[in-house]
Design a protein around this ligand. Structure first.
Ligand code: ADP
Ligand code: ASP
Ligand code: MG
Length: 415
């Protein structure tokens, strides 16, 4: 069994869908499961729609129209005008409208998870239909009925036993399967999502449950590079890296792989290939257990929109275990991600990421006990396999707020 995953960029327009179909045709097999994300920037478009619903803004209809139009234009380019795909998409749009008109729940995260995954539902219907019409027979699966989760909306936790049972039962005959990334459900009709960019993780869940031989994620880059080409010049391809290397890079901002993807693959020793959908015959990157990074390169990752928060005790008492555990309780309760820690006798500094807009809450609870100082909008650069010369260059920059070095990685916070 093999698992492929195609992300939003790979299906952003009709030409891209045709390209994906070509890649699938080439690897056509009855032991292949394909996970697909929402098309192009459709998840962002759904987020905008949900926001306008919650704010009861006048843009709501326009936002819905935009999403509808995007998919209809795509379908008009890929199918004949009498194709049943039009009815299938209409039925999905009806479900979306029905939810909005009947919903009474005011919880933003709940509403978000009931709607945002329709981007994936629409894209997989289109790709599956297009493949079927192009003589690549396939079975479409609703991942919401397979990935069983808890109720933690927007970053749900997977129930592995249930999920594996569901997936093994669903993927039981020799055929090509197409399904969605990103989505699951807590009960039959309470949908959840695995977090933004979570489709890589979905593919890893399928790979794990099916004991796949390998998993391939198809990207708009040649593979895992030593740095994100959007932010760094002269990047180069890493041909082989270990799960550990990939996990560290992903955790600190190499968005080419969702950080949760690695563990399920590592547990079952499933090789992860990162390949280019633009140049599908090129080698790409292979990620396996324990291999030394090749070629040996310095690797850079960057995280923007970080907050450097410095916390000091009010009464000059030491910042010791008791206070620190107290702080982490607040971080966890507010779903704050901590990317760097530095402490001294009476102060504790953290570089944090506020993914769920909880920083104001956090500040008000912490301010009851501690003095706070913070810089918003700082950047965190992590440099793996760094050299002393590289750090020297940073030391001379006025923008640097903090440098922390360990054996393997240097972390630098800049304004
Ligand atoms: P998907 O279409 O599957 O969602 P993404 O856009 O999330 O794919 O991931 C691909 C992008 O990841 C690239 O366009 C690149 O800008 C970014 N990226 C970040 N770090 C790296 C890295 N180390 N190597 C390659 N790409 C990277
Ligand atoms: N469509 C979702 C997102 O944009 C999931 C994914 O693409 O991985 O976050
Ligand atoms: Mg993505």
């Amino acid at each position: 069994m093999q698992v492929f995953k195609f992300g939003g960029a790979s299906v952003k327009n009709a030409a891209a869908v045709r390209n994906v179909a070509e890649i699938i045709k080439k690897h056509h097999s009855n032991e292949l499961v394909i996970i697909i994300s929402a098309m192009g920037k459709m998840t962002n478009a759904f987020e905008k729609l949900i926001k306008s619903y919650i704010e009861k803004s006048d843009d709501f209809n326009e936002n819905l129209f935009y999403i509808r139009r995007f998919h209809l234009v795509m379908v008009e380019e890929l199918f004949i005008s009498t194709d049943p795909i039009y009815i299938e998409l209409e039925s999905l749009f009806l479900q979306i409208s029905k939810f909005f008109s009947e919903n009474k729940n005011v919880n933003y995260d709940y509403i978000y998870d009931q709607v945002v995954g329709y981007g994936e539902m629409l894209s997989t219907k289109i790709v599956s239909g297009y493949l079927n019409r192009s003589e690549v027979e396939n079975t479409w699966l609703d991942a919401r009925h397979l990935i069983q989760t808890d109720f933690q909306y927007r970053s749900a936790n997977v129930d592995w036993t249930e999920t594996c049972q569901n997936i093994q039962n669903a993927v039981s005959k020799p055929t090509l399967y197409i399904t969605q990334g990103f989505i699951g459900s807590a009960t039959n009709d309470t949908y959840t999502t695995l977090g933004r960019e979570g489709s890589d993780y979905s593919a890893a869940i399928f790979s794990y449950c099916l004991n796949a031989e390998s998993m391939t994620i198809w990207k708009d880059v040649p593979g895992v590079l030593n740095a994100d080409p959007r932010y760094f010049e002269n990047t180069s391809l890493l041909e082989r890296i270990s799960y550990r290397e990939a996990l560290e890079m992903a955790f600190y901002g190499a968005t080419v792989i969702h950080p949760k993807t690695i563990k399920p693959l590592e547990n079952k020793n499933i090789a992860l290939h990162v390949k280019s959908f633009v140049d599908p015959d090129a080698k790409g990157t292979v990620i396996t257990k324990g291999v030394a990074i090749f070629p040996e390169n310095v690797c850079y990752t960057l995280k923007e929109n970080q907050i450097l928060l410095s916390i000091t005790t009010k009464d000059f008492s030491f910042m010791i275990e008791h206070n620190i555990s107290h702080l982490f309780k607040f971080f966890a309760e507010n779903r704050i991600k901590v990317n760097l820690i530095q402490n001294s006798a009476i102060s504790f500094s953290v570089c944090i990421e506020d993914m769920y807009s909880q920083f104001n809450n956090l500040k008000s609870v912490l301010a009851e006990h501690y003095n706070l100082e913070y810089y918003e909008n700082v950047k965190l650069t992590s440099i793996r396999h760094y050299t002393a010369e590289i750090i020297k260059q940073y030391e001379h920059s006025n923008d640097v707020v903090l440098i922390q070095e360990t054996n393997e990685v240097a972390q630098i916070i800049t304004k």
